[in-house]
Design a protein around this ligand. Structure first.
Ligand SMILES: [Zn+2]
Length: 305
């Protein structure tokens, strides 16, 4: 695992597996508060991340996942007391396929003989409105639509750190990919949204491949646009893996996305939309709350639409 400080309030760790990025973000101010975005994979990395947060003064109150793929939602293995906040559509995906991240994690662990001290428990999910804003200390992060790679997902723009966290886009090590809830069309639309955001960023934290600087991110963006139009893949990362990915992409080149069910149409294990309320100005607000078994304390992390 590598750790890189992009800013006094932003530290990115990159897992040794799939170069998965996880980002500690601190909202500075008189009462600083922190979130972890996405997660590394290995138990030793999750332990080290916890230590890094403690020693670096990151008081992690909430966990965010850029999307609901299992390798991005492991944060509770490092911070079991923190609540998981994600896009409403990510919450719907996880609710519609209860136990899927746990099953995929068990399969991964079985394949690589990985032992973990405890199983993954996601707790009560905190759906966030997207687009919206997330209050962190005295700062606000913008929560933007990240759907495309999957039918759910968010992008996080941290203006005070000029850092954009994008999830599974703009990877220097893998080709664009989409699951059945995403599509090539939706992926291309996501790239166009990113094209408006990346120029303002100093750093772009990509889901796989660590942080990349703005110029590299723009170059990858152009390559991915070309690829998804022409079908001729850029050379990138491990050749055999990307040959396989390209074949998978071609098989799904014009396949439409399968819609994700609406969260309110799904039976929820807990009270639906916990932590959401109407603010005095009529704006919808959501808080990432700690789960009730830990006292039901608010993490003071709010998303405001
Ligand atoms: Zn991923």
């Amino acid at each position: 695992m590598r750790a890189l400080s992009l800013h006094p309030d932003v530290v990115v760790v990159t897992s040794s597996v799939w170069q998965t990025s996880a980002t500690l973000v601190r909202g500075p101010g008189e009462f600083p508060e922190s979130v972890l975005v996405d997660s590394p994979l290995l138990p030793v990395e999750l332990d080290a991340l916890r230590g890094l947060a403690d020693s670096g003064g990151f008081d992690v109150r909430g966990l965010l996942a850029t999307h609901a793929d299992w390798d991005h939602v492991l944060g509770r293995l490092a911070f079991p007391e923190a609540a998981v906040g994600l896009d409403e559509r990510s919450a719907a995906r996880l609710t519609a396929r209860l136990g899927e991240p746990q099953r995929r994690l068990r399969e991964f662990d079985a394949e690589w003989y990985v032992q973990r001290p405890s199983p993954l428990a996601l707790g009560e999910l905190q759906p966030l409105p997207v687009p919206g804003r997330l209050e962190l200390g005295e700062q606000q992060a913008d929560v933007l639509d990240g759907a495309g790679h999957t039918g759910d997902g968010l992008l996080l723009w941290l203006p005070w750190a000029q850092t954009l966290i994008v999830g599974d886009y703009l990877s220097p090590v893998e080709l664009p990919s989409w699951d059945e809830t995403g599509s090539r069309t939706a992926y291309r639309e996501a790239l166009e949204r990113l094209a408006l955001l990346v120029p303002a960023a100093r750093w772009v934290v990509v889901g796989h491949g660590g942080p990349v600087g703005r110029d590299d991110a723009l170059r990858i963006l152009d390559e991915d646009r070309d690829y998804l139009e022409s079908g001729s893949p850029p050379s990138r990362g491990a050749r055999s893996t990307n040959r396989t990915q390209h074949a998978t992409n071609l098989a799904a080149w014009d396949r439409p996305a399968v819609p994700i069910p609406e969260l309110e149409d799904l039976p929820l294990p807990g009270p639906p939309m916990a932590g959401r309320s109407e603010g005095s100005d009529g704006a919808e607000t959501a808080e990432i709350m700690n789960p009730p078994q830990n006292g039901g304390l608010s993490a003071d992390v709010r998303a405001v639409t």
